[in-house]
Design a protein around this ligand. Structure first.
Ligand code: NAD
Ligand code: ZN
Length: 392
């Protein structure tokens, strides 16, 4: 089959690789019909997440049709149209039972690597996201092996198009959880969102669904700010103005009640990761790489929440913890517990409350994937979200 392969820092390519097979009786094989590129994939492209190996298949936002199931798969059937959360969860461990699927104890066989690197146990296994997160093959491919099939596969029976449900795999739940974590007081609270990428766009719309009185979106890419304005947000271009002053002025001096950091590691652009030689250097991220998070903490009103869907890894220095402490902020972060949100958000899509395809700017065959990784990274050509067709 054809798949997008990580070939080294800054290099991805389409290669022909063996089709996946069932490795465990709880696995399924899915024929992928749509697959997207995520901002998280850029951390892999840039080499910020250690433990990628040449030949790894990328991709964690995909959907398709079940073509084979293992002997212990009870619910999922061949022929079903399914979406899969980007994180893998066993469904039975204590964190899974409490709905904390991205903290699953059993889906990441390599969690000890994280202990060595971060001094902490890492999260669940992830599709297509390095050996640190389990070394699972991703879904930017024609077929994918889906572990824990009965927990991973959500059947989509309705006549919604792929592009309306595809983002239930990640960015819609991620934006939603980020907004939910703010504990928005409906009709009163102002929420600021740093980053108008795909995650920020869904965080904005989710904050509105949860009743935010106003949402202010900060970025520097005009097309992305325009898409946020179209949804009714006020916007700030941080290259044109002092963002902390502008946020204070927009909120009667108190600052936004809650702030979402939908930027993560590559604040101020991608690329320099390639210049760092060792895993140690890549992990030791410096001051200027956490601008958005610093701004989030510094701008947030007293007693507010700074919610961080943006991905961080390694050792992040110079965090203004004193400011967070003296304002009594709540910091919430982490990988999305995607499984928790699929059904309720599918309901919102079915009721016509939101059509997640609004975020797509580029559609192409899988073979064009490597070019589109670059377009998406550089934000050229108005690119906000790319969806690839593995069979075109
Ligand atoms: P993206 O790279 O397309 O978007 C990031 C945006 O941030 C860009 O538009 C960029 O211009 C903007 N930006 C850069 N520096 C900024 C700054 N200092 N202030 C304001 N804006 C700034 O990525 P995305 O797909 O939207 O993902 C955003 C983040 O969310 C990434 O870190 C990604 O890894 C993470 N993510 C997390 C989860 C999760 O489970 N928590 C899931 C999906 C994605
Ligand atoms: Zn993603």
């Amino acid at each position: 089959m054809k798949a997008i392969i990580w070939q080294g820092t800054n290099h991805v390519g389409v290669e022909t690789v063996p089709d996946p097979t069932l490795l465990l009786p709880t696995d399924a094989i899915v024929r992928v019909t749509s697959t997207a590129i995520c901002g998280s994939d850029l951390h892999l492209l840039d080499g910020y997440i250690p433990s990628m190996e040449r030949g790894d298949i990328l991709g964690h936002e995909f959907m398709g049709e079940v073509v084979e199931v293992g002997s212990d798969v009870k619910k999922v059937r061949v022929g079903e149209r399914v979406i899969m959360p980007f994180n893998l969860a066993c469904g039975v461990c204590d964190p899974c039972q409490r709905g904390m699927f991205s903290a699953c104890d059993n889906s990441n066989p390599n969690h000890r690597m994280a202990e060595a690197l971060y001094g902490a146990t890492s999260a669940s296994g992830l599709f297509g996201y390095s050996h640190l997160f389990g070394g699972y093959a991703g879904g930017q491919a024609q077929f994918v092996r889906v572990p824990f099939a009965d927990v991973s596969c959500f059947a989509i029976e309705s006549d919604l198009r792929d592009d309306q449900v595809l983002f239930l795999t990640d960015i819609f739940p991620t934006g939603y959880q980020a907004a939910e974590n703010c504990g928005i007081m409906p009709g009163r609270d102002v929420v600021a969102v740093f980053g108008a990428g795909p995650v920020g766009q869904f965080a904005l719309r989710s904050a509105q669904m949860l009743g935010a009185a106003e949402v202010i979106v900060v970025d520097r890419v005009p097309e992305r700010l325009r898409l946020a304005e179209a949804a009714g947000a006020r916007t700030i271009n941080y290259e044109e103005t002092d963002v902390l002053v502008a946020l204070r002025e927009a909120t009667g001096g108190r600052g936004p009640d809650h702030v979402i950091d939908a930027v993560g590691l590559e604040a101020h652009g991608h690329g320099p990761g390639a210049l760092l030689d060792t895993a140690e250097q890549k992990l030791r991220l410096s001051f200027d790489r956490i601008t958005a998070l610093r701004w989030a903490i510094l701008s947030c009103a007293k007693g507010g929440t700074v919610s961080m869907p943006g991905v961080y890894g390694g050792l992040v220095d110079k965090l203004p913890l004193g400011a967070a402490f003296s304002k009594g902020l709540t910091l919430k972060m982490g990988q999305t517990h995607t499984h928790r949100y699929v059904r309720p958000l599918l309901g919102r899509i079915q009721e016509g409350e939101i059509d997640p395809s609004f975020v797509i700017t580029h559609r192409a065959p899988l073979s064009k994937g490597p070019e589109l990784y670059k377009t998406f990274r550089e934000k050229h050509d108005g690119c906000i979200k790319v969806v690839l067709d593995p069979w075109a």
